[in-house]
Design a binder for this molecule. Structure first.
Ligand code: KIV
Ligand code: ZN
Length: 560
């Protein structure tokens, strides 16, 4: 094995913090959500959204319940500017929604940003500059004080333009970009300077957004940084601490969750994690994680199929089939033992204490997010008896008895092994009929007449039922009259006598299919022969006695 050059990388520093409190916290309330789909998400698309697509995405975000939506970087592109103007001019922003616009800390860009939001009732001007050590050294070639001065000058201009606009609905957000690459004491120093310049107070809070611009450490270290920051910020009441996590290590959701435990008030992210490189923190996952813990997510993801459709159409991005909560396969079980457990859990769910969701392998009820149970069980060669039985019962009302399920599971498995593909519920239903119901050879029932020998309905005589049958086998056609304690008993006795085949009925079950008066009955049977052979059959008829006799004939036809 070739050794990878791991010495090329240095470990991320831990935080010098004593008695951290966040590990003992639980999240009991949703944070303030801010969507960055139209800015961070859009800037990372191979084909950025058109104005019409942005409008559709904005309306989707509003319908989901976002109250803060970063709508773009209007000073950076004509489309972004036009889009923000369209939102304002066409009155597309509901009164309770605040749009957010990003700008670099440069005078002409800040001025253009204010032009873009002119007339908006509520807007957040989001100013950023990179504070990371690496970028200070290799990108800007500026020292700490020079980088801090950029933030201060930008903040002062935003303050002045806000005051000149007379629009009290304008708020301010500052991001020390690349916070994860910035020394904590320095990030705090810059943020204090920004707060002072803005004049932040409890009645005029600013948003300090501490981005994990590049995810560089375990989520617990980021949480330590957030707790450290919240402890050391000089006027905690004057700020809302916001987090904005990217997903470079695949743990952006955990990063944001632990950050909320560590004191963050606000979380930025994007639907399905769209965003630069490995994406932004996925708000769908984080919100539904809260939901699955009994916490109101304060966002409405009850119609994920619609949300997925608009998202795919606007962004031209796919959602992985195994994407948590939203992927096409996440409410589907392929393994037999999972299918069996899901099937039992679904049946037991109505009795679950307090109505709490308690179905194995399904952390949430798929119906809560607009997905239905149809796709939960699919059958392939790995599926067990529970899954097969579940499909037949759920989709066709056929309740194969337990003692017959292994036999049918083997049949299904053999077909799946041969074809190498999944079987649809229709194919399974068809297979059940072909294998157990529609069998006419070598034995077929030509005629069957059942009567009760006595008109006395109270009579419990063992031989009260008489039957007359004509049966065709490969060799011959024969008829018989027989009596028994019921039609099935009479048939079995007569058939044994005439054919010479010694067998007994070892198991029997029946039920109706459907609820109307004209519903059909289905009977299931297992027969055992004196020579040790066993066989299963099923029969369907409007008359339950005839259904049981048909089931016996089917079982005879399946004898090995
Ligand atoms: O990832 C980031 O740091 C950003 C900032 C502009 C907030 O997107
Ligand atoms: Zn970002």
């Amino acid at each position: 094995m070739k050794k990878m050059n791991f010495q090329k990388y240095a470990a991320y520093p831990s935080v010098d913090i004593s008695a951290r409190s966040w590990p003992d916290k639980t999240i009991t309330k949703a944070p303030i959500w801010s969507s960055v789909d139209l800015r961070d998400g859009n800037q990372a698309l191979p084909i950025p959204m058109s104005v019409a697509e942005k409008v559709a995405m904005f309306q989707l975000l509003v319908s989901v319940g976002f109250k803060e939506i970063e709508v773009g970087f209007p000073s950076a592109s004509a489309t972004e500017f036009a889009f923000v103007r369209r939102l304002v001019n066409d009155g597309l922003i509901p009164d309770d929604v605040t749009i957010q616009v990003l700008t670099q800390a440069r005078e002409h860009l800040i001025r253009k940003t204010f032009d873009a939001i002119k007339g908006a009732k509520h807007a957040i001007v989001h100013l950023y500059n990179s504070t990371s050590r690496l970028q200070r050294d290799v990108v800007f070639r500026k020292n700490r004080e020079e980088i801090k001065a950029i933030a201060i000058e930008g903040t002062a201009l935003v303050r002045r333009l806000k005051d000149e606009s007379g629009n009290a609905g304008i708020r301010f957000e500052y991001s020390p970009e690349s916070f994860t690459g910035t020394e904590l004491d320095y990030a705090l120093d810059v943020c204090h300077a920004v707060m002072d310049t803005w004049g932040a107070s409890a009645s005029d809070k600013i948003i300090l957004n501490l981005p994990s611009t590049v995810e560089m450490s375990l989520p617990n270290i980021y949480a330590d940084r957030i707790e450290w920051f919240c402890r050391n910020i000089k006027n905690r009441d004057a700020v809302l601490i916001s987090v904005h996590a990217h997903n470079d290590r695949g743990t952006a959701v955990a990063t944001a969750e632990l950050a909320v435990m560590a004191g963050a008030d606000r979380v930025e992210g994007a639907l399905f994690g769209n965003g630069e490189r490995c994406g932004n923190m996925d708000i769908v996952i984080m919100a539904l994680n809260l939901f699955s813990q009994g916490v109101d997510p304060e966002l409405d993801f009850s119609d994920l199929p619609r949300i997925r459709e608009v998202y795919r159409r606007c962004t031209r991005m796919d959602i992985h089939p195994r994407h948590p909560y939203a992927g096409d396969l996440v409410y589907t079980a392929f393994s037999g033992s999972h299918q069996d457990a899901i099937s039992k859990g679904m049946k037991a769910q109505p009795q679950s204490p307090g109505g709490l969701w308690a179905v194995p392998y399904l952390p949430i009820d798929p119906q809560d997010v607009g997905c239905n149970y149809e796709a939960i069980v699919r059958i392939n060669s790995q599926s067990g008896k529970g899954g097969v039985a579940y499909v037949l019962e759920k989709d066709y009302g056929i309740q194969i008895p337990k003692w017959m399920q292994p036999d049918f599971a083997e049949v299904v498995q053999a077909v799946a092994d041969t074809t190498g593909v999944e079987l649809s519920p229709d194919q399974i239903h068809e297979l059940f009929h072909a294998e157990y119901v529609k069998l006419r050879e070598p034995v077929s029932l030509k005629k069957c007449h059942i009567r009760w020998e006595d008109e006395d309905l109270e009579r419990l005589d063992e031989e009260a039922t008489a039957i007359t049958c004509i049966v065709q086998t490969k060799e011959k056609e024969f008829s018989f009259d027989a009596q028994g304690n019921g039609p099935l008993d009479a048939f079995v006795k007569g058939f044994i006598r005439e054919s010479g085949l010694e067998f007994s009925v070892d198991d029997y079950a029946e039920h109706s299919i459907g609820h109307s008066a004209g519903a059909l009955a289905i009977a299931y049977i297992r027969i055992g022969c004196a020579d040790g052979r066993i066989s299963y059959g099923a029969g369907i008829d409007s008359n339950i006695s005839l259904a049981s006799i048909k089931a016996t004939v089917s079982a005879l036809n399946r004898l090995p």
